[in-house]
Design a protein around this ligand. Structure first.
Ligand code: NZQ
Ligand code: ZN
Length: 386
């Protein structure tokens, strides 16, 4: 196995009433001024806002609101949050939402305590922030696993780039599956597909040789697929939603990535598609994945064949390894159709070929998987996605 260092600073509280039971003791360690950060208002409609503000008030905190964090959060929104934090001498950030709220806060936490521009610091000077405001996350929509790590995906509208920025780790994450019951089914499915994508993009990283991290990935992928099917059949299935919530965490808490150089090529392409179109992340991935894998599977036949057998349960009888490998990719494509995710960019309202050329030319190219692409190949893939 490759050598690795593994540390995981976030304390996870999982289960029904996770916030009511555990937030008071966590808040006792925080300063007086707490920034309550949230999105477009779903928490006001489903009662989570009332529950959390009550806990904050009982803990004697002064609440400073930072609201309106949009899906695919922008760098301008990060700056707005950092300014609010500075102006109000915020001691602690409590992010209540999905991946977008959590991501935005992870960068607000580091931007609030430095005069330097975080984007320039990371992408021009290649330096990474050393200090941050402490923060915690109450997860209301799972899929990204954002609460598990210090990477945040931020759209810099001026530069037309959506990229991973390193920020703060949450001190704690509250994962209450009941909180996800009001998430619209479209988002539940695209979020859960994002989890599957994270596991796949890790699995198809290097080394291709299968070892313990990959075997855990296979379990996470099978479990995610099974439970997506269950929630599609019965959206009220709390057990399935709780499994998906933990799958989401498992795919991004670093355990599957131990000893691996991850691929994440589909993500790199999707993020740039998001920079140009503001599309839904999981939906973009659903369109890109099968087309990308049809382009590369012949360069990694053995691993793709194992994926077919172990994840999709496809028999190897009467098949060459190459046929088995392709059958796995087609099983993934069929699954995407079965669960109602889009299968073409047109279905997502994306048709502009010139824009797709820009997406291809600005997408990061990773060396993680079996074949390193170039911008022309990425353009070809995007055109096939139409
Ligand atoms: O904004 P509100 O009103 O809260 O509504 C949100 C939003 O419209 C709604 N929602 C959340 N919890 C809800 C709820 N609606 C009803 N009931 C609830 N309990 O769901 C919608 C989507 O939320 P959002 O946070 O945008 O979705 P998601 O969690 O999928 O996050 C997407 C963002 O995360 C990034 C994506 O690129 C995208 O920007 N990612 C972050 C990653 C990371 N940090 O590790 C990894 C991923 O690969 C991904 O790139
Ligand atoms: Zn993702």
């Amino acid at each position: 196995m490759n050598e690795f260092t593994f540390s995981y600073p976030t304390k996870v509280y999982f289960g029904k009433n996770a916030a009511a039971k555990n937030l008071p003791q966590e808040l006792a360690k925080a300063g007086k001024n707490v920034m309550l950060a949230y999105g477009g208002g779903s928490i006001k409609r489903n009662g989570i806002y009332d529950e959390i503000t009550e806990i904050l008030k009982n803990a004697g905190k002064t609440i400073i609101e930072f609201s309106g964090i949009m899906s695919n959060p922008t760098y301008a929104k990060v700056q707005e949050g950092a300014q609010i934090a500075r102006d109000n001498k915020v001691d602690f950030i409590l992010a209540v939402g999905g991946g977008s709220v959590s991501d935005c806060c992870k960068i607000v936490a580091v931007q609030a305590v430095t005069e330097e521009d975080i984007w320039e610091m990371e992408f021009t000077e290649h330096k990474f922030p050393a200090k941050a405001l402490p923060m915690g996350v109450v997860v209301t929509a799972s899929g990204t696993g954002s609460e598990q790590n210090n990477g945040a995906v931020i759209t810099n509208e001026e530069k037309n780039i959506k990229a991973g920025v390193l920020g703060a780790y949450a001190d704690f994450a509250m994962l209450d599956p009941e909180y996800t019951m009001s998430v619209p089914m479209k988002q539940v499915i695209s979020g859960a597909f994002d989890t599957l994508s994270h596991a796949m993009e890790t699995y198809f990283g290097k080394p291709q040789q299968t070892f313990i991290s990959d075997e855990i990935s296979e379990a996470v992928m099978r479990n995610t697929i099974r439970n997506i099917r269950k929630v599609v059949k019965n959206p009220e299935d709390v057990f399935a939603r709780s499994e998906l919530m933990w799958d989401s965490a498992m795919a991004e808490n670093g355990i599957l990535k131990i000893g691996k150089v991850t691929d994440f090529q589909a993500h790199q392409i999707e993020h740039q598609l998001g920079a140009y179109t503001d599309c839904n992340h999981g939906q973009g991935l659903a369109v890109i994945h099968p087309v990308l894998y049809r382009h590369i599977y012949t360069e990694g036949v053995e691993k793709f064949a194992r994926f077919a057998k172990e994840v999709w349960g496809i028999s190897e009888e009467n098949k060459t390894q190459k046929e088995l490998a392709l059958a796995g990719v087609e099983a993934l494509a069929d699954f995407i159709k079965e669960i109602g995710l889009p299968t073409t960019l047109k279905e997502m309202g994306i048709t502009d070929k010139e824009m797709l050329r820009k997406v291809a030319e600005s997408s990061n190219i990773t060396a993680g998987c079996c074949k390193k692409l170039n911008a022309d190949e990425i353009y070809e893939i995007l055109i096939e996605c139409l």
